[in-house]
Design a protein around this ligand. Structure first.
Ligand code: SF4
Ligand code: SF4
Length: 503
């Protein structure tokens, strides 16, 4: 097996490579719609009101709790609404957003660059800056970066994931070609923050320009750059760790428990901006691609910019399109371009409509088994997921499925296997929630029964004690009466005796 190769996965050529690698700047939008709910963690609480004037980079919403993520104004202007808006999510749900109408000035808050070398800051101070900047995993996971680094304190290795997570996405490639110095410096910041002794940049072997850019700026012998085969799902965290370090992260386990911290290359650039330039996360690089645009390209757009504004720059064809946020394998289909760029929008696919493939019966060819990168048996999983036999699906490691869609891609019957697995997981969560609720109700009922029985017993014991005390009192009174009677009888006997003696 070739160096750093892994079993499974599929070779999928990029169907729409970009003509030029450079990142085009999208002008700040006239209106920014900023999402308060990130993929992980609670919804941020607005700290501004309708009518307030805000400056670019100003904190406009904050979360508390374990997974905090600040939201910053991406343009200067007036808060015109705080309301529910549709967000790019498979469920089609709405979520709370803050809307800023631009004043056209793009006036920033006062930014002070890092006045001292970041190595003079403590890791805690660096972490604080990352937290304040509102950085989340830019590869699409959206996990708050501050929390991920905190969990990996004392890691021996930092892995920088420089693979594009899916075919068609090119934003990380262009970032590495345009900002190699910042990325290398960002890695040093990150190593300082988690105390890692070494860092490995994992880059796919179809990105020679990006590799050369990084090599030109890497003078740190604790940072190595490794080329890995260009194969879909090579960027999956556990696979990357297994290929590079030969460390197997067990089912349900985390990289941090094995001394490894993984960060996407875009996140590393955002960390550089936050710690060295003291700039919060207010923009990101997005790939616009697909059969429906004339010029697939990478753009840097302010968060909250509409998809329509970014897509327009790539000259979309003059017809209805299928729009998808994310890559061609794991992206989310959305009905139109009236959505806004959020922190995890790495790609917008704009495709000309084509007929959906006809789904046929499974012919038991096992093609899906050969490509599963996590060694599952998709065919068996499919039967159990389809019949909603969740117990059985769990026996076949349903929860280890990373929903990569490699099995869908090779299935000659066009069965949407990954969607079945996603549905089965959702059903499992629902059943577990229902079971937890039932247990809760049962617990409440049992406690009520116990309480009633306990009260009854306590009352019975109290009555018995009272009865006993009364009986004892009556016996004592009887004894007392008898003693009194005896005393009187004795006195009378003594009087009789005295009378007898006088006679
Ligand atoms: S979607 Fe799940 S079962 Fe299918 S190849 Fe990916 S990990 Fe394996
Ligand atoms: S690839 Fe499709 S047809 Fe072949 S075994 Fe898997 S599910 Fe069945």
């Amino acid at each position: 097996m070739a160096k750093f190769a892994f079993k499974g996965g599929v070779h999928i050529p990029n169907p729409y490579p970009v003509e030029k690698p450079e990142i085009r700047q999208v002008p700040p939008p006239k209106q920014a719609v900023l999402l308060l709910q990130q993929r992980v963690g609670g919804e941020a609480e607005p700290c501004v009101e309708i009518g307030d004037r805000v400056l670019t980079g100003q904190v406009i919403a904050q979360t508390t709790g374990k997974l905090p993520t600040n939201v910053h104004a991406s343009i200067s202007g007036i808060i015109s609404a705080i309301e529910m808006r549709p967000i790019p999510h498979p469920s089609g749900i709405d979520a709370k957003c803050i809307v800023i109408d631009s004043d056209g000035k793009d006036e920033w808050i006062k930014i002070e660059k890092c006045d001292k070398e970041f190595l003079n800051c403590t890791p805690d101070q660096v972490l604080q800056r990352i937290r304040e900047a509102g950085i989340v995993g830019m590869g699409g996971a959206g996990f708050p970066t501050h929390a991920k680094i905190t969990n990996a304190q004392g890691a021996h290795t930092l892995i920088v994931n420089a693979t594009e997570c899916e075919p068609g996405i090119m934003c990380d490639d262009s970032l590495m070609q345009e900002y190699p110095r910042e990325i290398i410096r960002g890695i040093e910041v990150l190593m300082h923050a988690c105390s890692a002794k070494k860092a490995i940049i994992a880059i796919e072997d179809d990105k020679p320009e990006a590799l050369n850019s990084l090599l030109m700026y890497n003078f740190n012998d604790r940072i190595s750059i490794e080329q890995i085969p260009t194969k879909y799902t090579s960027g999956a965290e556990k696979l990357l760790i297994k290929s590079l370090l030969d460390i197997e992260i067990p089912s349900g386990g985390y990289a941090s428990e094995h001394g490894v911290l993984c960060q996407n290359v875009g996140t590393v650039k955002a960390i550089y901006d936050a710690v060295v330039d003291n700039k919060p996360l207010i923009s990101r690089v997005v790939t616009v691609t697909g059969s429906g645009v004339e010029t697939p390209r990478n753009y840097e757009a302010r968060l909250g910019t509409s998809f329509a504004q970014v897509v327009e720059s790539s000259k979309p064809s003059n017809q209805a399109h299928h729009i998808r946020m994310g890559g061609m394998m794991m992206g989310v289909d959305i009905p139109n371009t009236h959505y806004s760029i959020c922190k995890i929008t790495n790609c917008i696919f704009v495709n000309n409509p084509k007929p959906k493939p006809v789904v046929k019966e499974c012919i038991r060819c096992s093609a899906c088994v050969g490509v599963c990168p996590v060694n599952l048996l998709p065919q068996q999983l499919y039967w159990h997921a389809k019949s909603e036999n969740i117990e059985k699906a769990l026996d076949y490691q349903l929860m280890d499925c990373i929903e990569c869609g490699s099995c869908n891609y090779v299935c000659p019957s066009n069965i949407p296997l990954a969607q079945y697995f996603s549905f089965a997981k959702a059903l499992d969560r629902k059943l577990k929630r229902a079971e937890a609720l039932a247990n809760q109700s049962r617990g409440r009922f049992e406690f009520k029964e116990f309480r009633l029985a306990r009260n009854k017993q306590e009352r019975a014991e109290m009555m018995a004690a009272k009865k006993k005390a009364l009986k004892e009192k009556m016996a004592k009174d009887k004894e007392k009466d008898q003693a009194q009677k005896d005393k009187i009888a004795q006195a009378m006997a003594r009087v009789e005796q005295a009378k007898e003696a006088k006679k």
